[in-house]
Design a protein. Sequence first.
Length: 80
Amino acid sequence: MDNALDGYVSSKALAQIEKKLKPAKSPDNPNIVLRVPSQPWVLSQGPVAPPAVVAADLLAHPDGRVARAGRKLLQSIARR
C-alpha cells in the first residue's frame, strides 16, 4: 500500500462509489483505501480531518513510523 490513496468518506458516498465503480473489496495490492468514520461528525468539520482524529487514526497504523507520528501529534495536541 505504499502508493495507495487513503481517505475518509461517508457511508452514503461509499455506497455510491461501490455501486458505480464496483471496486474489489480486499485486493492484494490496493490503490485506494476508503474508510467510513464511526462518528459522522468527523466529516462535517471541513475538508481536513481534525488533528485529534488524524492522530488517533495514525496510532493504529501497523507501520511503526506512522504510529510514532500519531503519538507525536497527540502529544503536541495535549501540550496546547
